[in-house]
Design a binder for this molecule. Structure first.
Ligand code: 5CA
Ligand code: ZN
Length: 405
């Protein structure tokens, strides 16, 4: 699928350090050193409602990681999916009387426009699940053949215990959660622990047999149906990158069950770990609750830019929070971002002087993408009264994605 226009990213002199990133399974800071090419998979949107600032914050976190890898001298392959067939999308389409394909296409268009206005580096491969159904069918068939999947009626489920016995993965490897927590989260986040006939209530669906009124695809020996959620990301990652990925990313709401089972599916299919690092961004709240399409408490990037807000101010508002924090979007966050943009612009207009920011910015950002500390370094330079050093504006542009002057 078409992604969006790549923003200019200036090359800076020399190279920055290899970034370190927080790894969820080991709860530790890990060097995100690519084997050859840095490979990043970030879970993309389910396009049933407009992109909100929570999504934007998650994609901005991984945009920072890509900028640091590029600055460290690595080539990067970045893949992002679009879950353009899933229960919430179909439910919304039915409720509003809009064709599910039209609903998805319109929301993906809005998402592209938002990402482009925020100068987010686009994925090299932007892949909708509807584009890879045959590849998913083939993967599910292989899981059945190897005994890592089983049928319940016309549905096919992943056999967590069988996969664990035959691969480097086990249930809990990625999330490190206890069983009760997994059961609760499964019920909350798209799983079906109460479905009768499953070998383990946590086993996720791989292939959902055709239901009346739902779209379906030919499944060969699987019968007609549509893909489950976790197999989508496992297969898209395998189709476009080498396994293990350097980093699997997404919001914290995806730790379980989504990334746990994407990891399980990939391990059962390849014999390898899905990723070296599992990274998770904090969730952005609005008016006291997690910003979410289902709750409807959304702040949309397009609303803000439509009202004349400079997208660089939005970007600075988001980057003022560490990506792993859960935080709340308020008018004050936006005001501060815009104010910062103004003060940086005034600074940029002063005659060149001062100590170069580049070494400090590189070091700060390489420590788990510490954008608040990076902004504070720039603020201190702005407060010093003199102008930017040679190369400072290019450094802000390349590493923070904010073009000043
Ligand atoms: N299509 C699936 C992933 S395969 C999905 O979770 N879609 S989504 O539209 O619900 O979310 C898209 C991305 O934004 C995911 O990485 C998700 O973890 C992240 N996200 C969702 N809500 C928030 C929020 N309030 N704050 C930060 N990130 C969020
Ligand atoms: Zn995903």
């Amino acid at each position: 699928m078409r992604s969006w226009t790549r923003p200019a990213v200036p090359r800076l002199p020399g190279h920055g350090p290899v970034p370190h990133l927080w790894d969820t399974p080991t709860s530790s800071l890990v060097e995100a050193r690519p084997l050859a090419i840095a490979s990043l998979y970030v879970c993309g949107i389910t396009p049933y409602d407009a992109t909100h600032l929570g999504h934007a914050a998650t994609y901005l976190a991984y945009d920072t990681l890509i900028r640091l890898w590029l600055d460290a001298g690595f080539d990067v392959t970045y893949v992002q999916n679009v879950t353009d067939v899933d229960d919430p999308l179909l439910e919304r389409a039915t409720a509003t009387g809009v064709d599910w394909r039209e609903l998805a296409a319109s929301q993906i268009d809005l998402f592209r426009a938002d990402m482009q206005s925020l100068a987010v580096i686009p994925p090299d491969h932007y892949i909708a699940v509807t584009e890879v159904v045959p590849s998913i069918v083939e993967a599910v068939q292989r899981l059945l053949d190897s005994g890592a999947a089983y049928r319940v009626g016309t549905d096919v489920y992943f056999d967590s215990a069988a996969a664990a016995a035959a691969s480097p993965w086990h249930l809990g490897q990625e999330s490190r959660l206890d069983r009760d927590t997994m059961l609760a989260l499964s019920a909350e986040r798209g799983g079906d622990p109460l479905t009768p006939g499953k070998r383990d209530p946590l086993d996720p669906v791989l292939w959902r047999g055709e239901r009346a009124g739902e779209p379906s695809w030919p499944g060969g020996g699987l019968g007609p149906g549509r893909p489950g959620w976790h197999i989508e990301c496992s297969v898209i990652a395998q189709d476009f990158m080498d396994i293990p990925l350097t980093v699997q990313g997404g919001g914290h709401d995806l730790v379980f069950p989504h990334h746990e089972f994407s990891a399980g599916h990939t391990a059962a299919l390849t014999g390898h770990d899905h990723a070296g690092i599992y990274s998770h961004a904090g969730l952005v709240a609005y008016r006291g609750e997690k910003m979410s399409k289902s709750l409807g408490n959304l702040v949309l990037v397009s609303q803000l830019t439509g009202a004349g807000v400079d997208p660089r101010g939005i970007r600075l508002g988001v980057l003022a929070h560490h990506y792993r924090e859960d935080w709340e979007w308020t008018d004050g966050v936006l005001d501060e971002g815009i104010e910062r943009l103004h003060s940086w612009s005034e600074w940029a207009a002063r005659p060149t002087a001062g100590e170069p920011l580049l070494p400090g910015l590189r070091e700060t950002l390489a420590r788990d993408l510490d954008t608040p500390a990076a902004l504070a370094l720039v603020d201190a330079a702005v407060l010093s009264g003199v102008g930017p050093a040679d190369g400072d504006l290019a450094a802000l542009h390349a590493l923070l994605g904010v073009e000043i002057g």
